[in-house]
Design a protein around this ligand. Sequence first.
Ligand code: C2O
Length: 553
Amino acid sequence: GITRHYKFNIKLQNVTRLCHTKSIPTVNGKFPGPRIVAREGDRLVIKVVNHIQNNVSLHWHGIRQLRSGWADGPAYVTQCPIQRGQSYVYNFTITGQRGTFFWHAHISWLRSTLYGPIIILPKRDVPYPFVKPYKEVPLIFGEWWNADTEAVIRQALQSGAGPNVSDAYTINGLPGPLYNCSANDSFKLKVKPGKTYLLRLINAALNDELFFSIAKHTLTVVEADGIYVKPFDTDKLLITPGQTTDVLLKTKPDFPNATFFMAASPYFTGLGTFDNSTIAGILEYDDQPSNSSAINRKKQLPLFRPTLPPINDTAFVANFSSRIRSLATTQFPANVPQTVDKRFFFTVGLGSSPCPKNQSCQGPNNGTRKFAASVNNISFALPTTAILQAHFFGQEKGVYTSDFPINPPFPFNYTGTPPNNTLVSNGTKVVVLPFNTSVELVMQGTSILGAESHPLHLHGFNFFVVGQGFGSFDPNKDPPNFNLVDPAERNTVGVPSGGWVAIRFLSDNPGAWFMHCHFEVHLSWGLRMVWIVLDGEHPNQKLPPPPSDLPKC
Ligand code: C2O
């Protein structure tokens, strides 16, 4: 591989959407941010210089960071944030990975504007396991607030209530023609007839799982989270925040006399107000250059809109996610751990915590409490220095404790009547894993405040989704049905609304690895925890010391 250098200047830029202009944090003045393109085996050296007031850190979502955990990015987990006027060089090699990923800020809600695609191509002369696309197009979904998103989350955390919903969803930063004052801000994909396009879909939205479809076209799913899957055809799909999905789009053989909308709308089963608007882009067939009547003709083209599933279509979601299977071939094996060293059972969900004295809260229980979210009833509190640093230098005292409850603190029927105790407690608790531990983790949605799906994301690893189901996980009846042959291998999985998911991974990467809900609001409420993976015996199983420019807190 080669070394590719990037310079990311974090600076403010005026951007207008929906007739609102605001000054937003950007990389190099671009919104969405620049695209990183590299090949498997390349080294990326990305110098990030912070020119804004806010502290910043960037994360390379889905990149495993094998023995380069110092470059992973979540603030107060692997590094202290980069302060104004300071810089940090993220230096890592893409080992054994190719596919679609993305980068985003990993502190507070700055990722609402600081994000962009990462495309890792296969090594030179290594073909895709599917037809060579005529063209590749990244489609990155996002969310736009007219208000300042830092103010939105600050206000929510202070009041204990849910944050204001966004004003629009976006494709490549553009809300599209279905929103008011947005007709000119539409993503348009111009295609030629009879060709195959590879669409690299990335969900970088903060709080919304999205259905996606293109009117009157079939999509062939070929990759999820940077792992090739058994191809299958569908006319709609679901993508959670933190997931990427590559699809082949075969265009019609001739110039159809029509314009097609591509559209995305949210999947949501929880409580509360929700932005259920639809975002759209346009698929337009290129006319032959010699066709002089093209312009006239275009004005009368009928317009087709796709039908998207209803907002709470959990049956579609479960069915779609179960169709995603690893290739499991000799060339692309599914290395599912067949035995398990350690089993964990985590509850994930929303709850509430007491309203601080002298404060009035607007959260659950008739507005008397604050919203909180937790794993095994622990709402994870970020420390004031980085966990990885504390671990590496043996200074964990006062930073974190290693007593994360590895089983839920009280038994209850997770989908039935909520127990009285829905209060969560705060803590900075981690699970410590020896090197090369084969882990099985069942994550159970608690449904205490209504059944809701949680897109759980694990840093540092891919995991295999060996099982999922509705209701309460049954430790006797469910494991015999686990798929240990060709399960999906990914880095983000939706814990089903009103159900559970079981994953397996091998702890072969020393470091401190964040695991959290990729809904930014749930992350802010504490639905997050950290795995610390110890060094192995051999020199190539150890985490090297931090780079000298690692930011200080
Ligand atoms: Cu994109 Cu910690 O995540």
